[in-house]
Ligand binder design. Sequence first.
Ligand SMILES: NC(=O)NCCC[C@H](N)C(=O)O
Length: 278
Amino acid sequence: MRHLLSIRDLTAADLQAILGLSEKPAPQPLTGKGVALYFEKPSARTRNSMELAAAQLGGHPVYLQPNELGIGMRESVADVTRTLACYHSIIAARVFDHSLLEQMAAVNAAPVLNMLSATDHPLQALADLLTIKQLLGRIEGARVAFIGEGNNVSRSLAEACVLAGAEFVIASPPGHGLEGAVLDPAEAVEGADIIYTDVWVSMGDEDSDERRAAFEPYQVDEALMARAKDAWFLHCLPARRGEEVTAPVIDGPRSGVWKQAENRMHTARGAMLWLLDK
Ligand SMILES: NC(=O)NCCC[C@H](N)C(=O)O
């Protein structure tokens, strides 16, 4: 049984297969079947794109919240997972603790799909790669510069870039980076085809003056964009104009964020088809 908890669950061929499936007309393998969507955190793009993608595949999405499901409280993780698998072909979850996804996947009752955890956001990275392919006409050899925090979005993007043959570089404040080399923003955007950022304060993380001060030199503004010739700007959204990005950049002619948001739906279909091995 397949699970998609992180990009590390994919081979290079799997990744290309998902991108291919995402651009094809939707088949209907989920006719009469359910897709469980369990959210421990808020969601705009993920919930809507997953609900639509499930419907396009012929399935019926069911939105579930912690206070109803009582996972690990009213009922054990394994029993909830087995119950959901009685009705649903896929169990998708957005969680605080990544290990909950691992516990659900270990039951092997239905394919488990990560809709964002503290460490990974594979669905976002799939949409990012499809967007890069559409904007540049290629992924291989592209230089993707991420300016901001090393966490779920940047980790999955880095892994997906490596798998698809793109170059990934990151500039993060000290103590907020990913494993491996960290550059400063000017170095990172040098020769970049894509400049990408994310919020300074992720869902569930603590906001503070120290944190804001650390991230302030990492704002993507027109001057930073101008250091890279003809780069496209991407952002997973939600965006805070005036914090991680300025309005002229995200609302400007080189912003691909709305194509990227739409692609969340197409790649959600691709990911679910891959999970079902269709
Ligand atoms: N586009 C999305 O699905 N959400 C992105 C939120 C990313 C941010 N790093 C967070 O964890 O809150």
